[in-house]
Design a protein around this ligand. Structure first.
Ligand code: NAD
Length: 509
C-alpha cells in the first residue's frame, strides 16, 4: 500500500472550511464547548459554542408551533421548499462535499457522491409531495366507504451519525418536510461544520420560497443533547442513526413515552462468493465495499464467505489489490483510502485485529498505521484482510474500521447459515452466476438482511429503495419506496352514505 502524498496543514484546512462556509452563507458561532476537528490532521479547526439547553428547548417549542401551520400547507407547496433546497445543493455541491472531506476525511468522489445522494432525495421528495396516496378499501357494509388518509405526524427529531454527516439528514428532512412535519436535527458532535452548512442552505431555501424557517432547527451538541430530544414528548418521531449501543438506549426511552422511533443502527455485512462467481467482479466489488470510506460505512463489507474451491485464488487477488491501495490525503485525487475519524477508532481497529488473531485468525494483509511518526497526521490505517476458520466473537461484532474477515464454506446451506449467524441485519450480497443460488439468497430462507444484492457489493445503495436493516440494525426504513409512511400518521375512516346504520360483522344491537 502506498502513501499518496504529504498531508495538508491544519491552517490550510481551516481556510478551506472558512471559504466553503462563506460561499454557502453559513456562520459558525465560535466559543467554548465543541471542538470541530479534521481527521486529515487530527487537529482542531474551530471551537464551536454548542446549543444551550434553553435554546434546544426553544427550538422544540418553535418546531412544534411551526408544525400547526405547516401541516395545513398543501403538500406540493411544501415540496417547493425541498425543490429549492435541491437546487441550492446543486449550486453548492462542491462546497458541501469539501466540508465533508475536511470533517470526515472522505475522498473527494465519495464526498461528492454523498451530496449527490442529497440532491437525489430532494428530487424524490418533490415528486412525493404530489403522491402521498392513501387507499380506498372495499367495505363489507352496503352504502359505506372505507378509506385511509395520511396526515402529518408532528416534530421529527433527527439524530445522525458522523459517517454520513449530511446525507442521512437529507433522507429524513426532505421526506419529513413534504410529509408536513417539522424537524429538529442533532448531528454528530464530530461533524458540526457540515451540519451548520446544510442548515444554512435550508434556511436560505425557506427564505427564497417564502416558507417559514422555523420548520427546521439545528441543535449542536453531544449525546446529552440527543437524549433531550429522545425524552421530549413534543417530538412525535425520533429518527436515530448510529451505533447499536445508541439504539439500545434510544429505542426503549422513546417507547416509554409512547413516541415513535426509527432506528438505523450498525451492520455486519457479508458477501457470499460461490464457485461460479466472476472473480473480476468480486475483486472490484469487494475492495470498494470493504476498504472504501476507510471501512466507515454502515454497509461496509465486513465478512467474505467464500467457497473453498475459489478461496485461495480470490484471497491472493484481494491481497494484491489491497497492497496497491493508495492511502493518504483525501483531497489528493489518487487517494482511495483516507483517514479514520479519530485515533480512538484506530485503537479499536488494532484491538479487533489482536482479538481476531488470538481467536485463530491469520492476518493476510494490512493492519499497519500510516504517517504514524508524522506530526500533524490523523489516524491513517492500512485496510486489513484476516482469514478465519470460523465465525468467532470478534467477527460477529461491528468494528467500524476497514477489516475484512474471510470465512470458508463447503455447502450453500452452510454459507447462508454463516451469513445470518450475526446479531446485525443491514446489507448483504452474493456473487454467483447460478440463478438458483441467487434466487435462494433473495428468498425467505436466504439473507435475513434489509438489503440483499446479487453480483455487487454491500455498500452504495440508491435512494429509490427503502434503506435499513433487521435485528440489531433496528428495523427502520428511510429514503425511498414507501419509507415516507413512517413520517405520517394513518387515519382509517368509514363513511356511511346509506339511509340505515349497519354494524360491522353483522352485529345486531
Ligand atoms: P454513535 O452511536 O456514537 O452516535 C450517533 C449519534 O447518536 C450522535 O449524534 C450521538 O451524539 C448520538 N447519541 C449517542 N448516544 C445517544 C443517546 N444515548 N441518546 C441520544 N443520542 C445519542 O455513532 P457514530 O460513531 O456517530 O456512527 C457510527 C455508527 O453508526 C456505526 O455503528 C454505523 O454502522 C452506524 N450507522 C448506521 C447507519 C444506518 O443507516 N443503519 C448509517 C450510518 C451509520
Amino acid at each position: 500500500m502506498s502513501d499518496t502524498s504529504t498531508l495538508p496543514e491544519t491552517e490550510t484546512l481551516r481556510e478551506k472550511a472558512r471559504a466553503c462556509l462563506g460561499r454557502i452563507g453559513a456562520t459558525v458561532v465560535e466559543g467554548i464547548g465543541l471542538s470541530a476537528r479534521s481527521p486529515i490532521t487530527g487537529d482542531e479547526l474551530f471551537t464551536i459554542r454548542p446549543t444551550s439547553a434553553a435554546e434546544a428547548d426553544a427550538a422544540v417549542v418553535a418546531a412544534h408551533h411551526a408544525f400547526q401551520a405547516w401541516r395545513s400547507t398543501p403538500a406540493p407547496r411544501r415540496g417547493e421548499l425541498v425543490r429549492r433546497l435541491g437546487e441550492l445543493l446543486r449550486e453548492h455541491h462542491a462546497d458541501l462535499a469539501e466540508l465533508i472531506t475536511i470533517e470526515v476525511g472522505k475522498i473527494r468522489s465519495e464526498a461528492m457522491g454523498e451530496v449527490q445522494e442529497m440532491i437525489d432525495i430532494c428530487d424524490f421528495a418533490v415528486g412525493l409531495s404530489r403522491q402521498l396516496y392513501g387507499r380506498t378499501i372495499a367495505s363489507e357494509r352496503p352504502g359505506h366507504r372505507l378509506a385511509e388518509t395520511w396526515h402529518p405526524l408532528g416534530v421529527v427529531g433527527v439524530i445522525s451519525a458522523f459517517n454520513f454527516p449530511a446525507a442521512v439528514w437529507s433522507w429524513n428532512t426532505a421526506i419529513a418536510l413534504v410529509c408536513g412535519d417539522t424537524v429538529v436535527w442533532k448531528p454528530s458532535e464530530l461533524t458540526p461544520l457540515t451540519a451548520i452548512a446544510a442548515d444554512a442552505l435550508l434556511r436560505r431555501a425557506a427564505a427564497e420560497v417564502g416558507a417559514p424557517h422555523e420548520v427546521h432547527h439545528l441543535v449542536i451538541g453531544d449525546r446529552a443533547a440527543g437524549e433531550k430530544l429522545v425524552d421530549d414528548h413534543r417530538i412525535a418521531l425520533v429518527s436515530a442513526t448510529g451505533s447499536t449501543r445508541m439504539g439500545r438506549e434510544v429505542g426503549p426511552r422513546v417507547a416509554a413515552r409512547f413516541g415513535r422511533s426509527l432506528l438505523e443502527l450498525g451492520g455486519n455485512n457479508a458477501a457470499i462468493v460461490t464457485p461460479s462467481a466472476d472473480l473480476d467482479l468480486v475483486v472490484q466489488g469487494v475492495v470498494f465495499a470493504a476498504a472504501g470510506t476507510t471501512g466507515q460505512r454502515c454497509t461496509t463489507l465486513r465478512r467474505l464467505i467464500v467457497h473453498t474451491s475459489v478461496a485461495d485464488e480470490l484471497l491472493e487477488r484481494l491481497v494484491a489489490a489491497y497492497t496497491r491501495l493508495p492511502i493518504g490525503d483525501p483531497f489528493d485525487e489518487r487517494t482511495l483510502v483516507g483517514p479514520l475519524i479519530t485515533t480512538a477508532a484506530q485503537d479499536t481497529m488494532q484491538d479487533a485485529l489482536d482479538r481476531a488473531q488470538a481467536e485463530g485468525g491469520k492476518l493476510l494483509v494490512g493492519g499497519g498505521r500510516r504517517f504514524a511518526n508524522q506530526p500533524g497526521a490523523g489516524a491513517y490505517v492500512e485496510p486489513a484482510i484476516v482469514r478465519m476458520s470460523e465465525q468467532t466473537p470478534v467477527v460477529r461484532e461491528e468494528t467500524f474500521a476497514p477489516i475484512l474477515y474471510c470465512l470458508p464454506y463447503e455447502t450453500f446451506d452452510a454459507a447462508i447459515a454463516l451469513h445470518n449467524d450475526v446479531p446485525q441485519g443491514l446489507s448483504s450480497s452474493i456473487f454467483t452466476r447460478d440463478q438458483q443460488e441467487a434466487e435462494l439468497f433473495l428468498s425467505a430462507e436466504g439473507s435475513d438482511c434489509g438489503i440483499a444484492n446479487v453480483n455487487l457489493g454491500t455498500s452504495g445503495a440508491e435512494i429509490g429503495g427503502a434503506f435499513g436493516g433487521e435485528k440489531e440494525t433496528g428495523g427502520g426504513r428511510e429514503s425511498g419506496s414507501d419509507a415516507w409512511r413512517a413520517y405520517m400518521r394513518r387515519s382509517t375512516s368509514t363513511v356511511n352514505y346509506a339511509a340505515e346504520l349497519t354494524l360491522a360483522q353483522n352485529v345486531s344491537f
